[in-house]
Ligand binder design. Structure first.
Ligand SMILES: NC(=O)c1ccc[n+]([C@@H]2O[C@H](COP(=O)([O-])OP(=O)(O)OC[C@H]3O[C@@H](n4cnc5c(N)ncnc54)[C@H](O)[C@@H]3O)[C@@H](O)[C@H]2O)c1
Length: 399
């Protein structure tokens, strides 16, 4: 075995949205970090100090830790043998029937076993289906013949703002051995202001509950939007009146697409765990995934879509980032096209040769839908005669 102390930390999935800012943050605190990932293209970019996706304030720190040698990138798993601690930050998707792909997640980690050793603590950072950590330990331990060390320290950052939030958010820490708890507490104490010790099950549930809670909050505000719209009221005005000086209501988010790679997926992980009896979770999915349909059905009352040009402003899954994973803007576009509309897409951050500029989109479209409130859309003025559908009220229209 090679020198185990060459890296303080190795991150599997180290070039992803969770792994990369985390690795940069630890490296910036002086740890020797190796990012292991299979993505050759992003590995090249990161070695040159370039971020493969938008994460605010990350690139200058990345350049610094690459230059001072604290951060290395390897597409070869052999680097894992040379680390004191391993963090797993690969994706944990659901399949096309919304079931968690737990087996695939476990198989990836078990496939790396020959590069791990029992002196290492393996910290799961990905969001997992309940009992996954215990399953992993059981399989690594070969049903009690060995003693491996597994911890669960879930990621809770808001994508795009990881560099700030990693240093601000309390860290849930759980482990399946004394060593795992000690090692992960020591590690996260380097970056987190507060460690919250919990059991593995509590940590798994707390992470899934937090995402399902957020998803359900979006669903209720989206349902209110639909009710208000059918009533003929401006939902933004109703919401403002409801929360103004009224603390009990102020956590109600604005209406809008609830999308992205985490909220729906984690709500469905919880639904699968609860034997598909998580009624609020499934209902939230129906409401949130139904919003694009609601918008199209409403437009059809006024427009013959087969003769209408519709522009969608904002293709990322949320404001001011470049990540289009599971964005509902594409679902909206698909439904509009099915009904015969000519559809234009535009985004300020996500790049795609099929996208047009916001100016071209506004010029060409008869109907303009703000799907994501990127900062650049605030105050845009649209000429009279066009229909603007803007859930956030960021765009102005000539009177
Ligand atoms: N994105 C977020 O804001 C966020 C926040 C909290 C939790 N999470 C959770 O964190 C996990 C990762 O999410 P993400 O958004 O970073 O995903 P991602 O797709 O951005 O990153 C995953 C990375 O893992 C790499 N990878 C895949 N298989 C690999 C393998 N066998 N070996 C090495 N590398 C491999 C991929 O190339 C990719 O770079 C998920 O469980 C997600 O639910 C994400």
């Amino acid at each position: 075995m090679t020198n185990p102390a060459r890296f303080d930390l190795a991150i599997v999935g180290g070039l992803g949205h969770v792994g990369l800012p985390l690795g940069i943050t630890f490296a910036n605190k002086g740890l020797k970090v190796c990012l292991h990932d299979l993505d050759e293209k992003n590995a090249e970019l990161v070695r040159r100090g370039a971020m493969p996706f938008l994460e605010y304030d990350a690139e200058p720190v990345l350049k610094k830790v690459i230059a001072n040698g604290n951060l290395a990138v390897s597409t070869e798993p052999s680097c894992l043998s040379e680390a004191k601690t391993i963090i797993i930050a690969i994706g944990t998707p659901v399949d096309e029937y919304l079931n968690p792909k737990t087996r695939q997640f476990l198989e990836i980690i078990l496939g790396l076993k020959k590069y791990f050793n029992k002196n290492q603590t393996i910290i799961i950072r990905s969001t997992v289906y309940p009992h996954t950590c215990k399953q992993l330990l059981k399989q690594l331990n070969q049903n009690g013949k060995e003693q491996w060390h597994i911890a669960y320290c879930p990621e809770r950052i808001m994508q795009g703002h990881a560099m700030r939030e990693l240093l601000e958010l309390p860290q849930l820490v759980a482990g399946l051995s004394e060593k795992a708890i000690k090692d992960s507490t020591e590690l996260f104490s380097i970056i987190s202001p507060k460690i919250i010790p919990v059991s593995i099950g509590e940590a798994e549930l707390a992470k899934l509950f937090a995402n399902a809670w957020r998803y359900i909050q979006f669903a209720i505000t989206n349902q209110f939007y639909m009710i208000a719209h059918n009533f003929g009221a401006d939902y933004n005005k109703v919401r403002k009146a409801m929360i103004d000086g009224y603390k009990r209501a102020e956590t109600l988010p604005t209406a809008g697409f609830a999308a992205g790679p985490c909220l729906l997926k984690d709500t469905m992980q919880l639904a699968a765990y609860s034997g598909n009896s998580f009624l609020l979770g499934h209902t939230a999915m129906m409401v949130n995934e139904g919003l694009p349909h609601f918008i199209v059905e409403d437009l059809k009352k006024r427009w013959d879509l087969s003769n209408t040009k519709v522009g969608i402003l904002g293709m990322a899954f949320k404001a001011d980032i470049d990540d289009v994973r599971d964005s509902l803007s594409f679902k909206l576009g698909k439904i509009l096209r099915f009904d015969g509309a000519k559809v234009y897409y535009s985004d300020e951050y996500a790049k795609n040769p099929d996208f047009v500029t916001k100016e071209e989109l506004i010029r060409e479209s008869q109907v303009i839908i703000v799907a994501v409130p990127h900062s650049q859309y605030k105050g845009l003025v649209i000429q009279k005669g066009k229909e603007v559908l803007d859930l956030w009220g960021v765009i102005k229209q000539e009177q």
